[in-house]
Unconditional design. Structure first.
Length: 389
């Protein structure tokens, strides 16, 4: 198949596809050397047509494609949608809607945690995906016929996968569960990284308010630089460098150059000067205005053991209900529940609470037991637990 390279051809194809209730969508991109992913190829399929769009074609205007993505009468189906949606937000400023993510739906339907597209295609569509071209340089032109066929398969089999999963969700009454997850994916804030909040994405290794203040300034500077120059954060400065600067707070480029994490000569660059400026700005903050260190999760006595029991309970509930554990709760969230009955986690809200959260709290309160019946572990009310359990 020959990819579309003209705006008019893309417009005509998207107009035809807009007449259908759903389309399947995927993208091929590169981001190893950039902050923002570089869109290279777009794959779109309706129930009776499939196309490829060469996103790198000279003079191509993708506006007709983005109009289709914004068409509320057409459901956009993705597999593991987040990175595809991030690209579209970066290029159009809008999140496609409505959407359906087959990876999320597959977890709700019990196909396992974050199942890969090729596995789902084999299990549902009985199709074998040749993964030879998974690591293709999608920016190189021309793309081979085999590469284009591989890309197209990402949306053609997705049609069957979507219809099968939608049917299973309807039959099990879990359609609303997936819609709740889609609301997160279609929230614009999911994809906007504010430089002033960049520090929140780091695993903190600071112990004092002043160290946190310096780290916040440094993380904001690095994020702004990465966005402006369109290069990965690590190309600006590594995390270890930021943490070491936050801890030692060098007052000059000479002092900066003596830190272990600073590459030889880096302190004499413009970046070195800007790092020192960040340190000075943080040191000028009045003591009463320094940021507070995030409080570590409250560790109740016996919480680690309770968390282990909750892991077992989660496994049993997920096996019973036919749903992947990751869509219910993460290990970190189980630890929070173990320490606090009112933890602000998804597992204690909405359908997750009905499915798992209420039983988790009963287990903590001694109103539920995990017992062994024959060769199987089972969940039973405490007054029904076997006497030899």
């Amino acid at each position: 198949m020959i990819p579309l390279t003209s705006t008019d051809a893309v417009r005509q194809a998207c107009q035809r596809m807009a007449a259908h209730p759903f389309v399947t969508v995927d993208t091929e991109f590169l981001r190893e050397t950039t902050y923002y992913p570089r869109l290279c190829l777009i794959q779109v399929a309706s129930p009776d047509e499939a196309i490829l769009i060469d996103a790198l074609a000279e003079g191509l205007d993708l506006a007709p494609f983005f109009e289709l993505m914004a068409n509320e009468a057409v459901l956009k189906v993705f597999h593991a949608a987040r990175q595809d949606l991030e690209i579209m937000v970066n290029l159009s400023g809008k999140v496609p809607a409505p959407i359906f993510d087959t990876q999320v739906a597959a977890m709700v339907c019990g196909y396992g945690d974050q199942i890969a597209y090729d596995q789902l295609a084999q299990q549902i569509a009985r199709a074998r995906i040749d993964k030879t071209h998974r690591f293709t340089d999608w920016a190189r032109r021309p793309l081979s016929e085999a590469q284009l066929d591989y890309a197209l398969a990402d949306v053609t089999h997705l049609r069957d996968i979507y219809q099968a999963l939608a049917g299973q969700l309807e039959e099990s009454g879990r359609t609303e569960w997936v819609k709740e997850e889609m609301a997160v994916l279609t929230n614009l804030s999911t994809y906007i990284v504010e430089p002033a909040e960049a520090w929140q994405r780091m695993k903190l290794r600071v112990r004092k308010p002043i160290e946190l203040a310096v780290l916040q300034k440094l993380a904001e500077w690095r994020e702004s630089e990465a966005q402006t120059r369109d290069v990965p954060r690590g190309r600006i400065a590594k995390d270890d460098l930021l943490f070491e600067v936050a801890t030692h707070q060098p007052a000059s480029v000479e002092a900066l150059g003596r830190l272990r994490a600073v590459p030889r000569g880096w302190e004499r660059s413009r970046s070195g000067e800007e790092v020192i400026a960040c340190v000075k700005a943080a040191l000028e903050i009045a003591r009463e205005d320094l940021p507070r260190l995030p409080k570590p999760p409250r560790r109740a006595e016996g919480a680690p053991a309770v968390a282990d029991l909750l892991k077992v309970l989660l496994k049993l509930v997920c096996e019973r209900e036919g749903v992947a554990s990751r869509v219910i709760a993460t290990v970190d969230e189980l630890e929070l529940i173990a320490a606090d009955d009112e933890a602000d986690v998804p597992a204690l809200k909405g359908w997750r609470r009905e499915l798992f959260g209420n039983e988790a709290l009963k287990l903590k309160a001694g109103k539920l037991a995990i017992a062994v019946s024959g060769r199987r572990s089972v969940v039973v009310p405490l007054d029904e637990a076997p006497s030899d359990a």
